[in-house]
Structure formats: C-alpha cells, structure tokens
Design a protein around this ligand. Structure first.
Ligand code: FES
Ligand code: FES
Length: 149
C-alpha cells in the first residue's frame, strides 16, 4: 500500500506506481468529482491542486506526488459553505452540462489564490480548460464576481 495526502487526510491506495493520479482519485479513493476528458493534459477536466498549484491529474504518475498536498473539488465546500468561486458559479449560472466545471472551478480557485484581482488577460492565460458547452464568458464573469465578493 502507498499513501497519498488528499484533502487533509492520509489515504491508502494499491495502484501501480505509474498510474495517473486521476485514476487513483476516482477508482481507489472514490473522489469522482474530478473528471476524465482527454487523458492527454489538454482539456483540464481532471484539474486538482497539488500544493496549491492547479495540475492536470491525468498526466501525473501517482508515484511522483510524494507527500505533497492534493486538493480535489470535494474539499472546497467541505464544511458545507460554498467558496466565493462556487457561490459565483451558482449565482451566474455558469455550468451547462457541467462536465468540465469541477476542473474550471479548481483552475479558477488557484488563479484567485495567486492573483486576487485578475485581469481578463490573467484569466485567459490561467484558464485554458476546454468547455464543450462554451461557458467561457460566464466563467470569466464569475471569476470577476468572486474577486469582488
Ligand atoms: S483529462 Fe486531464 S486534461 Fe483532459
Ligand atoms: S459545461 Fe458542458 S463541457 Fe463545460
């Protein structure tokens, strides 16, 4: 067994060391809020935080993570209170089908932690996630709304 530091807990898993982190989270730790889209680090649906950095977990071998802190979408409202980003997402009706949205929220959360008042250019540079439903404008508006909240 190996251990991962996920959402503040030490969790055991028995995956092959080269397994992408995404699949350990989803299939061994039942944290299915992190989604599989492309598997080649292009779409961002699998975004989690590793030591606070937005990271595409489909291309991260689990044995490369070590003791670093992994945060998934499940931890953002762990105490039952939505974060400013999540609240803005609800108020501005950002999600459509929703598939990409946990990755979008994780990327946006990391952006606001690094840049509390991002410009449109900052958002364009940081949020490169792909949304089949075309929610890009709503994502941008929600990030600005959360920055003002
Ligand atoms: S599934 Fe990881 S970036 Fe698309
Ligand atoms: S909301 Fe449908 S893929 Fe983004």
């Amino acid at each position: 067994m190996a251990v991962l530091n996920v959402n503040g807990k030490a969790l055991n898993h028995s995956a092959d060391p080269r397994t992408p982190l995404l699949w350990v989270l989803r299939e061994q730790l039942n944290l299915t809020g992190t989604k599989y889209g492309c598997g080649i680090a292009q779409c961002g649906s699998c975004t989690v935080h590793i030591d606070g950095v937005a990271t595409r977990s489909c291309q991260v071998p689990v044995n490369s993570v070590g003791n670093r802190k992994i945060t998934t979408i499940e931890a953002l409202a762990a105490n039952g209170t939505l974060t400013k980003i999540q609240q803005a997402w609800v108020e501005l009706d950002v999600p459509q089908c929703g598939y990409c949205q946990s990755g979008m929220i994780m990327a946006a959360t990391a952006l606001l932690a690094a840049k509390p008042k991002p410009t449109d250019a900052d958002i364009d540079a940081a949020i490169t996630n792909i949304c089949r439903c075309g929610t890009y404008q709503q994502v941008r508006e929600a990030i600005h709304a959360a920055a003002k909240a």
